[in-house]
Each structure stands twice: as structure tokens, then as C-alpha cells.
Design a protein around this ligand. Structure first.
Ligand code: FNR
Length: 189
């Protein structure tokens, strides 16, 4: 079966290394996964004052999540957590109360940083958040990618065969995980 995966790039930076990683993952995903980005850079800062009347940009954002079978977070670690923009987006998606976009939505988490722990601490924070949002998460395999200079080109070509194979395996494991979750929860689309 084919699945649609909406991916979030946690960084808003033009030269983001996580965007490069996301491009590589799109290239290496198995053919049954249709990958599309879910952007969040235009969302205002969330407040529950909006809950009675979500702005158009936030409704479109929630619709984009509703339309995919699974979500994949490709995110840097900022100050040992996730970037504020990504947390803001998750807060938008989780509300209004009773309309949490992530409930029963399978998810995966991956990220890269120049540091040796490769976003591990930030990913733990994200797991805690998505756990509260009732998203079934892929626990294994884990992926903490240390970004060496030129590891991945701007258009997503991976320099080392071993890294390329690992990322390919990550995406096929994610596909199998989505299939397992959707065999328990009914398909949404
Ligand atoms: C960082 N960086 C960083 N790296 C890390 O491994 N752990 C951390 O906690 C942080 N904290 C942090 C905070 C802020 C505000 C910035 C801007 C950066 C370094 C970070 O990994 C590096 O800038 C990457 O390039 C970020 O990924 P993107 O944004 O290029 O995808």
C-alpha cells in the first residue's frame, strides 16, 4: 500500500542542515511513501484566544496534517530542546481542545547537528511532547546524525555510502511502522 507522509523541517534557516537531511530522506524513501512538506513558518504565535476562530493559515496547516497518513519530524536541537517555531506549530496543531491533529497519527523523529550527540536531547523533548499529543512514535530505529561538512548536498545527495544506506533503512523501517500502526487504527484517508 501507498502512504502519504507529511514532513516538518524544524529549522527556518535558509542554509538549514536539517533541510538537507529532509531532502536526502525524500530521495531515499521507498516508492510506497509519498513525501510532502508541511510548512509552519507563516503561523502566528499561538494563543488559545484563537481557539474560537482559527485563522486561515492555521486551518490550512491542520488540514495538511489531516490529509497525511503519518508525520516525520526532521529537526535540529536548539538549546537542548526543539526550536521554538516547531513547538509553536505543534501547539497550533494540538488545538482547539478535542481537535488534536496528532492523535493516533504515526510519527517518526530524526535530526542532525554538527555536535556528536546529533540532536539526541532535543529528540527526547519532542518524544515527550508527541507522547502527550497521543501520536504513536517509531521507537526504533533511532537516528542521530552528526553533520560533517558536505555530508549532504543542497539537493539531498549523501556523500558516504554507509550514511546513505542507514537513511534508506530508516525510511523503509518508517514505512513498515506506518503499516503496523494503520493496521490497528483505521486509515484516515
Ligand atoms: C544551536 N545548536 C545546537 N546544537 C546542538 O547540538 N545542541 C544544541 O542544544 C544547540 N543549540 C543551539 C541553539 C541555537 C539557538 C542555535 C541557532 C544553534 C547548533 C545547531 O546544531 C546548528 O546551528 C545546526 O546548523 C542547526 O540545524 P539547522 O537549523 O541548520 O537545520
Amino acid at each position: 500500500p501507498n502512504y502519504t507522509v507529511g514532513y516538518f523541517v524544524g529549522s527556518l534557516a535558509k542554509g538549514s542542515i536539517n533541510r538537507k537531511l529532509a531532502k536526502a530522506l525524500v530521495r531515499l524513501a521507498p516508492t510506497e511513501l509519498q513525501m510532502r512538506e508541511i510548512g509552519f513558518g507563516d503561523l502566528p504565535l499561538y494563543s488559545y484566544d484563537y481557539d474560537d476562530d482559527y485563522p486561515e493559515v492555521a486551518r490550512e496547516f491542520k488540514d495538511a496534517i489531516a490529509a497525511v497518513d503519518a508525520v516525520l519530524f526532521v529537526t535540529p536541537e536548539y538549546n537542548r530542546s526543539i526550536p521554538g517555531g516547531l513547538k509553536n506549530a505543534i501547539d497550533w496543531a494540538s488545538r482547539p481542545w478535542g481537535q488534536n491533529s496528532f492523535t493516533k497519527k504515526p510519527s517518526g523523529i530524526i535530526g542532525t547537528s554538527p555536535g556528536a550527540i546529533g540532536t539526541a536531547v532535543g529528540q527526547q523533548h519532542l518524544k515527550s511532547i508527541l507522547s502527550f499529543c497521543n501520536s504513536p512514535m517509531m521507537n526504533a530505529i533511532e537516528a542521530y546524525i552528526q553533520f560533517a561538512p558536505d555530508l549532504i548536498t543542497d539537493d539531498g545527495a549523501v556523500r558516504f555510502k554507509s550514511t546513505e544506506e542507514f537513511l534508506r533503512t530508516y525510511m523503509s523501517e518508517f514505512s513498515a511502522f506506518i503499516e503496523r500502526v494503520l493496521s490497528v487504527y483505521p486509515r484516515l484517508s
